[in-house]
Design a protein. Structure first.
Length: 115
């Protein structure tokens, strides 16, 4: 009985995490954009780091990679810091919101892959 309860609890935890993670279908891959500007805010947390970037046209929310992936590729929290100029290439939200999913970012002449 205890084993069954433990297994059920583990499955519930895993399925909850999977449900909480969104898919990428809400981004328009047919019309990539590049957002360049200064990082205004940075959230270097799971499941994905996010930054707000003051672009030339508006302020964008840029969804980045998970922090562990970014760190392993050299895009640490110190590199992707508030006040840093960034160029992010990726896909805009299909909802029309000022949000994008970055495929790659460039900071100080160095490009970091997010996917």
């Amino acid at each position: 009985m205890i084993r069954t309860v433990t297994i059920c609890a583990a499955l519930a935890a895993v399925s909850g995490a999977a449900f909480a993670h969104h898919g990428w279908g809400s981004y328009n891959e047919a019309t990539p954009v590049t957002v360049a500007g200064s990082i205004m805010t940075l959230k270097f947390d799971n499941p994905h780091a996010t930054a707000t970037v003051r672009g030339s046209d508006k302020v964008w929310t840029v969804t980045l990679a998970p922090p562990v992936r970014m760190t392993s590729r050299g895009a640490t929290e110190k590199v992707v810091a508030v006040g840093t100029n960034i160029s992010a290439y990726g896909y805009p939200s299909s909802s029309g919101a000022s949000e994008m999913r970055a495929e790659r970012i460039t900071i100080a002449g160095k490009t970091y892959e997010m996917r």
